[in-house]
Design a protein around this ligand. Sequence first.
Ligand code: NAD
Length: 477
Amino acid sequence: MSDFPTELFINGELRPSKSRKTIPQINPATEEQFCAVAAATLEDLEDAVQGAQQAFVTQWRDLTPRKRTDLLFGLAAMIRKNSESLAQLECRNIGKPIADARDEVELGARVFEYYAGAIGKFFGQTIPVGRGGFDFTLRQPMGAVAAIVPWNFPFPIACWKVAPALAAGNTVVLKPASQSPLTAIYLGKLAHEAGLPVGTLQVLPGSGGQIGDALVKHALIRKISFTGSTVVGAHIMELAAHDLKRVSLELGGKSPNIIFADSNVDEAASSSPMSVFANTGQDCCARSRVFVERSVYDRFVEGFVTATKKLVVGDPTDDKTQIGPLVSSAQREISEKFIGEAQGQGRKIACGGKRLNRKGYFLEPTVILEVQPNDRVWREEVFGPVVSIRPFEDETKMLEEVNASPYGLSGSIWTNNLQRALRVARAVESGVLSINSHSSVHLEAPFGGFKQSGIGRDLGMNAMEGYTEVKNVYIAG
Ligand code: NAD
């Protein structure tokens, strides 16, 4: 028996899978299995969806805004009360450095507080129309919605889907990734303990191909909010087209980090490694393509490599660790393949590229130079601790290369010239940008991608709007 929940969370209780099947959970820092989690069956899924629908129709949708607000503030307080257990669990489940895990749990609590506070401030419009009549809009919840989340930021991404969906009056079926289900199950249990009605938040760990697909196809599910790879996102969109289900998709990225000669080059160089290596590079916003103006290229590269070598890579349970292991052996092999290919093409590995001499799926942060525009490592999402740096001479040509990517999620621009900063920010095809900073995620602001990085926005009031339908009502005058 473990001291944390490992079963499905359906209708207010923890239960084993109907098939008794489980998904082993491996600690990526030790390569050892430390527990197994129930794997939902289609029968479990049916119970969860029916329960969520029942909770929507009989309870949640009609609660007063005040009551819903109180309940979500209560859940935020429960998250805070259990924050250390949640952080330790995330650290063990996916090898996330404990300091980052603590920050992410705190972010989850703040997301619930933000949307709890938003409930009473979220309303429709009155619109002048016609002669004498009166027209107004209502923002109405959709029903039971599905949240399908990845393994790289399991807790905060679950919170930033569940919180606005619940705040807007929907009930939620949450499907965590098979590699990282533990904090999601914990969240379901905390929601129940905080007093949310039975069925309001259901948590269904299970296979993406089976449970994920079935959720997307289920007639009672009104919206799919998905974060994950572009390939699976496109597949979900195809399935959802069948009954015109609403989708929001937060997908992959290949974000640029653009350094102009007129910036604080040393600050850009010393801060940039964590913009790609944080979370061991398993970050959709990772700035893995660095464009540096030729005249400061050597200085920037030297600063970047020096800062990279200082990063503390190792035991994720240690407070000082900045970079933990990759989530799995397979995920490490993907990065190693990119590195091997670059070496085979004669590219220069300025540092890193090797495993650590210890157990766990560790890989040194790796800096690759002399890459060419068609190199796979320069074009494709690696989702590991690998960065490429290239010089540029001309702003227009550089922007063409930036925008040649099919992705458009995030990015940084470093310059002290205000006009240039604004011009480049306007030109980069990307949903999120930061100037003289690498900060991408602000819970009060919209987050999401252009092009193949997604559709729709998480966070901010945009997310809450995305969990409602707009109804227009006209009253004759
Ligand atoms: P993934 O697409 O493999 O899985 C994401 C989730 O989808 C998991 O819960 C998985 O079980 C489920 N799933 C898999 N197949 C499914 C199917 N056929 N139908 C329904 N659900 C299915 O992604 P991942 O490997 O967990 O995460 C990494 C990817 O996520 C990267 O590409 C990364 O860029 C992206 N990501 C994007 C953001 C963002 O906000 N844009 C944030 C984090 C991660």
